[in-house]
Design a protein. Sequence first.
Length: 681
Amino acid sequence: MKSLFLTVLLAVISIASYASGEETIASPDGMLTVTVSDADGKPTYKVDYQGTAMLLSSPLGITTEKQDLTQGLTLAQTEKERAVANYTLRNIKQSNVNVEATRAVCHFQKEGKQVLDIIFWVSNRDVAFRYVIYPQRDKHSCVIKSEATGFQLPDGTTTFLCPQMKPMTGFAGTAPSYETNYETDAPMGTNGWGGGFTFPCLFKVGQNASNDKENSKQTPLNTHRSARPKGALSKQSGERTLNTNWVLISEAGTDGSYCGCRLLNEHGGLYRIGFPQEGECNGIGSVTPSMPLPATTPWRTITVGPLANIVETTVPFDVTAPKYEASQEYVYGKGSWSWIIGMDPSCNYDEQKRYIDFSAAMGYQSVLVDALWDRQIGYEGIERLARYGKEKGVALFLWYNSNGSWNDAPQSPLGKMNNIVERRKEMKWMRDAGIRGIKVDFFGGDKQQTLQLYEDILADANDYGLLVIFHGCTLPRGWERMYPNYAASEAVLASENLHFSQGMCDAEARNACIHPFIRNTVGSMDFGGSTLNKYYGADNKHGNIRRTSDVFALAIAVLFQSAVQHFALAPNNLTDAPAWAIDFMKQVPTTWDETRFIDGYPGKYVIMARRCGDRWFIVGINAEKKPLQTTLTLPMFAAGTDMRVYSDDSNINGSVRTVRQNKKQQIKVTIPCNGGLVITK
């Protein structure tokens, strides 16, 4: 992976502003502004977009065990420069990124001494900021007791949030693991289930924030030139342009030097940064991170504007940088796994060999061998499978338990990933056996020690040339750029819940219409979906019933972004699934060069476009009872182009047909409830 982060000083906008008490930082296009103030000695900021308040005056600052940096402060000086994030990254939504921003450093003093800097990054759609804490006298370390960092949303804002689970709940005490359902279009003022909310957090802002389908229609893609390239257009969105604004709040750059944070509702529309809960990791470790001084905290990120800005943002990667060099060129791609359909009994030698044959027949690069392989296949059996897979052009990923003493998850292999000596022995064995990567599951929370474990696993795995997928885990926070062998994280109610719960199958479309707007906007999401079985059972005759269509399964293979995808397909699908569906799943990419939002509303429907090379994929799904009927303008397909259109009838029976692009470059489409749409060439 070639990666470049170039900060170019184009113009010194303001060298210094002394004792002004207030400073405005504007985006390059001037449409997004951040106003920083020290009124009454308390640092605050507010965010406006196109003249509309996105965040009202909100608190800033940090408290350590040695000093209170939330009050008694003076904004002494602000330095600004024009900056550029210019880099290439194969495993995110956009392979080549070039984002201009205004970078500002606000220097705060206390009693005449420099104690705190707040660094801001303001692009045309994003605000990011973080703190730099300076040593005082002979103090060269600190414990961060709390952050005052807050986000004051305007009255009338509605929320799209995922409640944080209580620690040591859920399966075998493995919570919190970012695996709860989102509540959409909810009023402000609640604090989840008492523990706040997991990142990322989405808000619909202000007077247009009512639960009104008309407000879901977005402006044409080509009207937001400052934020995105000219692109596709949904006619129904273009006909009714409403000034609906959204705010997505998250964090980036979190590593072993800090803890993972959550969002707490203090009261009304004020949300604050919260540290982990005491009971996480079985009560082991501190909820407060400790740092050497000077200390730099992770970034707080805020994306604002229409839903296109939210879906297409690259801010988690714009503000981070690689922490180490890749030990090799990592191979991404598609794979299969038996566990999602066959569960634990499928983890045996013969079944995994059958899945290797299946992956080879699909042209896939890997098979994920899930839990209990050490008992039911054994190390020598894995070595034989790896050799067999190599002959077929199929590599193996192996599942591991992160445990540890932080929960009661009994699945093995146990005690390998949490111990550096055992971990490196295991990784050497995997390298020698030709294993491609690992999937590590059942982490214990967001305390600093757990974030250090994530980082240690990634760094060691890179030494041995292994890709890493995390499950039962925290949200990735710019990790695709920070750790070159990082592949993806679950951090969502993923496909396993479709096997476990008919209710989750019934709600599959609704949940799938949420993730492209929230969870998947900030990082790769290892969902493990796109099944073509009718039932979640090995014989495809028993188990929970899939409610969504085959075209829906094809669409989410594109909608859900992750450079490594282990789909929930099964060998029987070669004969019992439609040939056109299998053919599509053979060719669908997992890495993308460009992503464009077309239309949608969280939890209701979504239409997006992704490009791999010179090939575009336009995909949509619908969760509403009423069929979605719209006209799409698709300038990426020239007039006269033959497009392959995968669509469903009213009974969600799918088919594929060839449609020639007309002179207006438009096509009328209908997506029924639980159905899908795919357009490509």
